[in-house]
Design a protein around this ligand. Sequence first.
Ligand code: SF4
Length: 378
Amino acid sequence: MEKHIAIIDAKQLSDVNPSLRDPVEYRKSGLSLNHIVGCPLDCSYCVRHLFENFDQRTPQALMSDEQAFEQLISHRYFQPHITPIQLFNRATDPMLPEVKPHTHNLLRLLDQAGLTNNVLVITRWRVTLEDCEHFNALRNIKLTILVTYSGINDPKVEPIKSSIAANSLRILFQHAQRYRALLYWRPIIPGLNDSAEHIAQAAELANHSHATVFSGLFYRREIAQYYQSQGIPEPYSSTARRKLLPLAEEQRLLRMYEVHSPGTPIFRKTSCGVAYAHRQPDYNGHFGITELCDTCPTAQYSTCKAAWKRPDEALLNTLCTTLGAEGEPLITDRAIIVRGLDEQRRYFMQHTLGYQVHDADKPHHYDRHGRAEAQRSL
Ligand code: SF4
């Protein structure tokens, strides 16, 4: 019988960082469910630094899978068949031996409820043939497994060998029937894992995936402090709210990837890779941010173009009023601009309308979508 992680008691729960106690959070790629917290993999750039949780190496459960499932589907912003879902992408790895019975259990619960939502599972750990069989047995949800692979071989930055992720991706791709497997090539850090050899290796691995998504490093203040405390050379001289990857670096990487792997599409945005893999329009409405689409295959571009429409103003105004936006929204060819809505409410609106929703106080500039200015310190 599969061993499940014990649920923590009230005393232990009071020790958990307040921002980790609520297991459901609306993030850019959808509603994220995280009722298991703790990870032994020790990636130096882990977002758990942001929750002061990095030292918790043993996964703990905040509640049962059934309770977590109920909280997810009764969340005020959950929409059946529409809201994208992510499992265990904030505070643990979903394929750790002790965590994966919960991952499979939740996938089953979602699937048995007849939901057809996109579900994303992101891992860098071992995936077996038996896991693939579980994934293939699902009938309703649109499942994507994204395998995080960096090619970094400095154990201070990333103690886990990239060969583990590479093997998992090969197995997943080889056996995929009812799900899709993506190469999640990240974090790409200039001077560390962006040599011609690194790029060639990643491009070769891309042949064992349905698509590739690449991104830079999420270099926040808490992560920079950890780098300093461990004596890890800092890749950038400043931190940023968005992921870092200098434009010239991105262009070089795309050119070299194309040389080595002309057949496998590569995307800047997670939702675009997922959309392509399942032959559906991008649920985040990136089509309006035209400069993101230059790597996209023609057929996928047509799929997004056909689905792309300016939001209905009456519906948008109703949403703005209901969600509590300040003033009138502005609709441009690229995005809806609103004021006074936090991320959760903006993402809810974005997924409801299939159109980007930006905050008037945090402007996105052309060719800088989701990308921060970077100063290299190497
Ligand atoms: S057409 Fe643009 S928005 Fe649609 S999947 Fe391709 S890159 Fe993404």
